[in-house]
Every structure is written in structure tokens, then in C-alpha cells.
Ligand binder design. Structure first.
Ligand code: FAD
Length: 492
């Protein structure tokens, strides 16, 4: 018998070349493992397809952040005039959608290219094929020309992520689009209906409205499920104030192409059927895990029937040499840095004798709504459930960003709160911040929370003035006190 390594072509084969899969593959190769990555993008129903790198790079975080930035710049042009910039004919300032979309797509293509080069340099074999299990150690990959590429591996990592869901209503697939299509639309989206009020729906609504398109969000039940609901409602109020329309407690029923646009019928909260015509209908109603194509039964890997995801302990599935990372994991945050970190740590455990495991708690995130919402740790609702209302203290404040004064920007939704325990040295267990650059503000505080931040330590930290982030250090009013959390003067 040859040694076990020589029985297989690779030490690690990764299914899915997205955030998690690529991070694991590169880390493993750097540690001397023989690695191959299968990546294949099935075109969206509208025919949109993209290159290597997965959701984040091609149809997720990156194009989303760039379009968010484009929308913020449109706002900034108007603010600039208040700061003394002479902008001829400011009323005619408008977005050129085609130029924006081309610029975004060019950036993505450059990232696709750099990713391929990086894999080559690190000696990771990239196989552009739709992979599936032939048996527990053998992967088949169907390539574009229909041929099959078959490899064997000692370890296999599933990192195939997910794709947007469509509702099961007439005309949805034929006439609707999803986040897979919006960033490369060749025509301006025009009057747009976004179905779904999770973070992807709100972010798309935020930048489309900011770019000047008439935008409506259809909400089935609540805004930003899973996030702190007080903060979520403030975000919705802010978006409404900026011009986004919201249709609450409504469900689409029929989507039909007509001469003047896309006709949408929906059932409202009273059970009545309402209708309107849009240029674009975008579904953001959740994502489905891509486990169906994998033929997991050939390897004996078990899926959770409710969401088709994989339940893994320390990323190890029920089959010991088969692992999973990223969006495919059951009840884990669907975020790029989570997939990357878990993938790297897994490879270090597999190929460098590390014992460090992934900690899925206190993961910071940001909703890039026009006024951003960043958070880390527990929401107020979660803290109440876990510790009981009597055992937590909520500090909160509204505040006025300095840069809002001259252009007289509305600051009524600039709000933050810090969730702490009342005993245990007042440990900080959640931080929530709505305001400019919320992601940048919260990132550092996430490290502080990981280092067991307490409220007294937060209060003993000297702020950076004048910033919005310092407001998290200045906070002193508890919700329990019922004192008014409205802003004090600038520098008191
Ligand atoms: P993916 O990145 O989805 O990669 C999986 C890859 O596997 C894909 O290329 C897929 O085509 C391929 N594949 C699937 N099946 C097979 C198969 N059988 N064989 C071969 N290849 C296959 N996260 C953040 O942290 N911040 C954000 O701001 C953010 N914004 C987002 C905005 C949008 C619009 C969306 C949709 C997502 C956003 N995310 C964001 C989430 C983030 O993109 C995902 O969490 C992350 O990409 C998950 O990585 P992954 O490795 O699990 O899967």
C-alpha cells in the first residue's frame, strides 16, 4: 500500500472559489499542501455570469460598496456647494448609469484577474468546472464544454455559498432580477421595486434612491430581521425621509411584462390586491444554499432539510475528511470575513498542526444604507432574552456629526447605543451605531469587545475630536433613567 498521501491526487480539493474556499486553498498551498479549487458560476436566469472570486467580489460586497459610494458622492456634490464649491448648474447633476456600471465591472474584472494570477503563483490548481461528489474522496467536475474532470483528494472542503431566491409566483423568474444582475445592468434600472427588507434589499434601495431612481421596498414582515429592531426602524425612517417608499405587510402575487413596464400585483395588509408598474423588479428575499448540485449523498454528507445547509462542528461535517466553510454553514453569519477567517484557520489545523478554532461570536457587520448602521455583539432584544431586562443596561445618545452643520443635513437619525451587563464589571456585550462611516467606526470597537471591554474602560478612553466615533465614548445616558438622549452641545 502506498502512503495515504500518494493514494490521492491532492491533499485538499475545494469546491467553490469564493471568499472561504480561496482563503482556505491559498493558506493550505502556502503550508505545502497540494491543492485544487473547482469554481463554476451558473448564469442567473437573466443570463448574468461572472469570473473567479465568488459572490463578494462579483455580485456582493464589492460592487455594492462601490455603488453605495457613487450614491454618497451624489449627496456630497450638493453638500460641497454649501461648503463654498462653485458647481455650475447643480440641478443638472445626475448619474450616468452606464458609466458607473462599466467602471464597477472593470474593477471586478481586474480583481478576477489578480485572483487567477495569485492562485497560479501559489500553485493552487484552478479548475473551471461544476464540481460534485462521485464518492467520498472523488470529485467530478463538469466543464463548459461538457467534458468531465475527475480528481481524488484526501480532504475536501465545501465552500459553494448560495444564490438569491425567487418567490414562487407567476412571472417572477421571467420578469424579475436579483442582486446577481443589478450591478451589471446595461440599462438604468429606472423606477424600481425591491421585494425584501433584509440588508441586501435595503442596501440596493439605498444606493438606487441615492442615484436618483424612484425606489420602493416591499416589506413582508419586519425590516432587517436578526438586527436590533430599534436601529432597524431608525434606518427605515431615515430611508423614507430620503425618498424611498415602503410598502409594509405586503406580498407580491404576480409579475407581468406589459408595454409600459413590469406590472406587479401584491396583496396588502388588509388582504386587498394592489398594483403598480415598475421598470425593474428586484427580489432580495433571501438566498438558497447551493448543496443540491453537489450529490452529497455519494459522500454521505448530511444536509439540514430546512435550509439545505451543512451543520458542521469546527467546520467538520459528519464525514470526518469533508469540511465546510462560509455561507453554506447552518446558522453561521453569512459574511465574507467570516468565511475567510474560518477557511484559513481550517487549513492551519489541517496542514500546520494548529488547534485554533473559529469563534463565530461578536462578529461586527455594517448595513451600507445611505446613513450606515454598524454593530457588533448582541442586539437589545437578544441581550434581554439571554440576560433578562433587569440585568442589562442600555446607554444611548443621539448626536450631531460636525460635518452635517454647514450643509444643514438632517441628523435626527444619528443614534447609537451601548449594551452592557449591570454586574460583571459592566461588560460591554453590544455596540450599535448609525451614522457616517459606521463600518469604520465599529471595526475597532469589535476588537475592544473581543478583548472584554467594560463600560468603565470605554468611559476612561479619550476620544478623537471631532469625530462621530467619539460619541460612543461620550455616551452616559441610560434608557432606564428616561433622560432625554438628544444631543448636547458639540464639545461638552
Ligand atoms: P461564495 O463567495 O458565494 O463562493 C462560492 C463559489 O462557489 C461561487 O463562485 C459559486 O459560483 C461556486 N460554486 C457553487 N457551486 C459550485 C460547484 N458545485 N462547483 C464549483 N463551484 C461552485 N458580506 C460582507 O461581509 N460584507 C458585505 O458588505 C456583504 N455584502 C453583500 C452584498 C450582496 C448583494 C450579497 C449577495 C452578499 C454580500 N455579502 C457581504 C455576503 C458575502 O458575499 C458572502 O458571505 C461570501 O461571499 C460567502 O463566501 P463563500 O465562500 O461562502 O461563498
Amino acid at each position: 500500500m502506498p502512503p495515504i498521501e500518494e493514494q490521492y491526487m491532492y491533499d485538499l480539493v475545494v469546491l467553490g472559489g469564493g471568499s472561504g474556499g480561496l482563503a482556505a486553498a491559498k493558506q493550505a498551498a502556502e503550508l505545502g499542501a497540494r491543492v485544487a479549487v473547482f469554481d463554476y458560476v451558473t448564469p442567473s436566469p437573466k443570463g448574468t455570469k461572472w469570473g473567479l472570486g465568488g459572490t463578494c467580489v462579483n455580485v456582493g460586497c464589492i460592487p455594492k460598496k462601490l455603488m453605495h459610494q457613487a450614491a454618497l458622492l451624489g449627496e456630497a456634490v450638493h453638500e460641497a456647494a454649501a461648503f463654498g464649491w462653485v458647481i455650475p448648474d447643480i440641478k443638472s447633476v445626475q448619474i450616468n448609469w452606464e458609466a458607473l456600471s462599466v467602471a464597477v465591472q472593470n474593477h471586478i474584472k481586474s480583481v478576477n484577474w489578480v485572483t487567477r494570477v495569485d492562485l497560479k503563483n501559489k500553485k493552487v490548481e484552478y479548475i473551471n468546472a461544476l464540481g460534485y461528489f462521485k464518492d467520498p474522496h472523488t470529485i467530478g467536475g463538469i466543464m463548459k464544454n461538457g467534458e468531465e474532470n475527475v480528481v481524488t483528494a484526501k480532504n475536501i472542503l465545501i465552500a459553494v455559498g448560495g444564490r438569491p431566491k425567487y418567490p414562487d409566483i407567476p412571472g417572477a423568474i421571467e420578469n424579475g432580477i436579483t442582486s446577481d444582475d443589478i450591478f451589471s445592468l446595461s440599462q438604468p434600472p429606472g423606477k424600481t421595486l425591491i421585494v425584501g427588507a433584509g440588508y441586501i434589499g435595503l442596501e440596493c434601495a439605498g444606493f438606487l434612491n441615492g442615484l436618483g431612481y424612484n425606489t420602493t421596498v416591499m416589506v413582508r414582515s419586519i425590516i432587517l430581521r436578526g438586527f436590533d429592531q430599534q436601529m432597524a426602524n431608525i434606518i427605515a425612517e431615515e430611508m423614507e425621509q430620503r425618498g424611498v417608499h415602503f410598502i409594509y405587510q405586503a406580498k407580491p402575487k404576480l409579475i407581468k411584462k406589459e408595454a409600459d413596464g413590469i406590472l406587479v400585483h401584491w396583496v396588502d395588509k388588509l388582504g386587498q390586491v394592489q398594483k403598480d408598474v415598475y421598470d425593474t423588479v428586484l427580489f432580495a428575499i433571501g438566498r438558497r444554499a447551493l448543496t443540491k448540485d453537489l450529490k452529497l449523498e455519494n459522500a454521505g454528507v448530511i444536509c439540514i432539510p430546512d435550509d439545505d445547509k451543512i451543520d458542521a462542528v469546527d467546520e467538520q461535517t459528519n464525514v470526518p475528511h469533508i469540511y465546510a466553510v462560509g455561507d453554506i454553514l447552518h446558522k453561521k453569519p453569512e459574511l465574507t470575513p467570516v468565511a475567510i477567517h474560518a477557511g484559513k484557520l481550517l487549513s492551519k489545523r489541517l496542514f500546520a498542526n494548529s488547534s485554533e478554532t473559529m469563534d463565530y461570536t461578536n462578529i461586527a457587520t455594517t448595513v451600507f444604507s445611505p446613513l450606515e448602521y454598524g454593530c457588533v455583539g448582541l442586539s437589545e432584544e437578544q441581550a434581554n432574552i439571554i440576560y433578562g431586562e433587569d440585568n442589562i443596561e442600555i446607554y444611548h445618545a443621539y448626536y450631531k456629526p460636525t460635518e452635517f452643520f454647514i450643509p444643514q443635513k438632517d441628523n435626527s437619525h444619528c443614534y447609537l447605543k451601548v449594551v452592557t451587563l449591570r454586574n460583571n464589571d459592566q461588560k460591554v456585550i453590544g455596540m450599535h451605531f448609525i451614522g457616517p462611516n459606521a463600518g469604520e467606526v465599529i471595526q475597532g470597537f469589535a476588537t475592544a469587545i473581543k478583548s472584554n471591554l467594560t463600560f468603565p474602560i470605554l468611559k476612561s478612553t479619550v476620544g478623537i475630536h471631532p469625530t462621530s466615533a467619539e460619541e460612543l465614548i461620550r455616551v452616559f445616558i441610560t434608557k432606564r433613567s428616561k433622560m432625554d438622549p438628544k444631543p448636547q452641545s458639540c464639545c461638552s
